[in-house]
Design a protein around this ligand. Structure first.
Ligand code: IPE
Ligand code: MG
Length: 229
């Protein structure tokens, strides 16, 4: 979700306006996912690199997060949304981290849509902690390094139990992954929208779904075996 700052700047408003409008776009996107039967939606709301922003902006973002947890979780729960967070929660203030854990617990049995929030998330650090976990198990003689499988590695990532993303969308015209789900995105389809995140609507969501439906996913193989003869 990119472009909140530029959206605000083009309106000569402070950045926080863009983040607030971005939070409204989150609601629209979640509603669209529910309406279209999407089962998993991951939102990259705050990267581990975002801590480098000015303290005022960081506190605006955490205040927004706190507000939404307090006021929107009940609504999401009623809609059958299961919340799950990936990222280094320990970097947030304890009361906020506790509130996030409570929201996960409250919604843990919901099945309609799993909404994954990536908060203080960085894919490299997740891959690294998985490697450390496996290295420790190997050093304790619990596993044989030579037999570690991709499935076993994936089970050590914070995204364990979640399917790899079918489609990754980045808004605002930037074309990079910026440390998002690097392991999990190996075969994801990518889409780059020239729209600032606060302008994202259900129409964009529908357009993305129909573009996705027309793509042919081969996972390195050939769909048309005839072509090999
Ligand atoms: C994305 O919008 C929102 C967050 C990082 C939380 P940006 O704040 O990165 O917007 P631009 O890139 O400055 O336009
Ligand atoms: Mg940005």
């Amino acid at each position: 979700m990119d472009g909140n700052g530029r959206w605000a700047r083009t309106r000569k408003k402070p950045t926080v306006f863009g983040h607030r409008a971005g939070a409204d776009a989150v609601r629209r996107c979640v509603t669209a996912a529910l309406e279209h039967g999407v089962s998993f939606l991951t939102l990259y709301a705050f990267s581990s690199e975002n801590w480098r922003r000015a303290p005022d902006e960081v506190s605006d973002l955490t205040a927004l997060l706190r507000y939404y947890l307090r006021h929107k979780v009940a609504e999401l729960h009623a809609e059958g949304v299961r919340l799950r967070v990936i990222g280094e929660l320990s970097r947030f203030e304890t009361d906020l981290a506790d509130e996030i854990r409570r929201a996960e617990k409250l919604t843990s049995r919901n099945q309609r849509l799993t909404l994954v929030l990536a908060l203080s998330y960085g894919a490299r650090s997740d891959v690294l902690q998985a490697a450390r976990k496996l290295a420790l198990m190997a050093s304790e003689g619990k596993i044989d390094p030579a037999t570690i499988t991709e499935v076993q590695f994936a089970s050590c990532l914070q995204t364990h139990g979640l399917p790899d993303p079918d489609l990754i969308v980045r808004t605002s015209g930037e074309q990079r992954l910026s440390n998002f789900l690097l392991w999990e995105s190996a075969y994801s389809e990518l889409a780059f929208l020239d729209v600032f995140w606060p302008d994202f609507t259900e129409n964009h969501f529908e357009q993305l779904l129909s573009d996705y439906a027309s793509r042919e996913r081969r996972y390195g193989g050939r769909l048309d075996e005839e072509a090999c003869k």
